[in-house]
Write a protein that binds this ligand. Structure first.
Ligand SMILES: [Zn+2]
Ligand SMILES: [Zn+2]
Length: 200
């Protein structure tokens, strides 16, 4: 493994704590970019579909993916599938798609580190002694790529991003601006979703 896939200090600062999963996501994102032959995304052209859900651990991976790829949540380049799996599909319209998943044996071996004894007792990563956390992070850095990741091309993968629009109008009830895709009609007047009383 190359140094390229070790996150810089700002990445840990952005993430908020030291843990093994942000660096795993960072490496996953870097490898996927190399695989597809794409650069870190400056604008809106590279999409990532992480398979994580809610209410399970190890989702920190996704912050590492965002840091590496520039395909961020805020740029609407990231949509979760809620499968509850530590995997992600990376898609560039001019290339194709590739899926990276953590190998079960790797997850089992990593799970033996003391870091996870703390986590299972409900102790947050920032409260775990540094040497315990650094032990598992160092071990992860030493694992070869093909020990960590299963890689599958997905030539059949299709995705059509929603076309962007700057059009907006004021809600006739609360007076706040709403982008047109989300405007609703009530008694013939434009309204926002919360004022409309309808669901999404
Ligand atoms: Zn974390
Ligand atoms: Zn409103």
């Amino acid at each position: 493994m190359t140094k390229h896939y070790i996150p810089e200090a700002w990445a840990f600062e952005f993430h908020g704590h030291r843990c093994p999963f942000m660096p795993i996501g960072y490496r996953m994102g870097g490898l996927a970019m190399d695989y597809l032959g794409v650069e870190r995304e400056k604008d809106h052209g590279f999409f990532v579909f992480p398979e994580i859900g809610k209410g399970h651990p190890q989702t920190c991976m996704v912050d590492g993916i965002q840091i590496a790829t520039g395909a961020t949540y805020g740029k609407v380049l990231m949509e979760k599938t809620y499968y509850g799996k530590l995997a992600a599909t990376f898609y560039h319209p001019q290339k194709e798609a590739v899926r990276y998943a953590l190998k079960p044996d790797f997850m089992d071996n990593m799970g033996k580190f003391e870091f996870f004894d703390y986590r299972k007792r409900g102790i947050e990563p920032s409260k775990i002694p540094n040497h315990i956390t650094d032990d598992v992070i160092k071990w992860v850095f030493e694992q070869p790529d093909d020990t960590v990741f299963k890689v599958e091309p997905r030539p059949d993968f299709k995705f059509s991003p929603v076309k962007g629009s700057f059009n907006k109008a004021k809600c006739s009830i609360c007076g706040e601006y709403v982008f047109e895709r989300y405007l609703r009609q009530k008694d013939g007047k434009p309204v926002c979703i919360p004022c409309s009383g309808y669901g999404r």
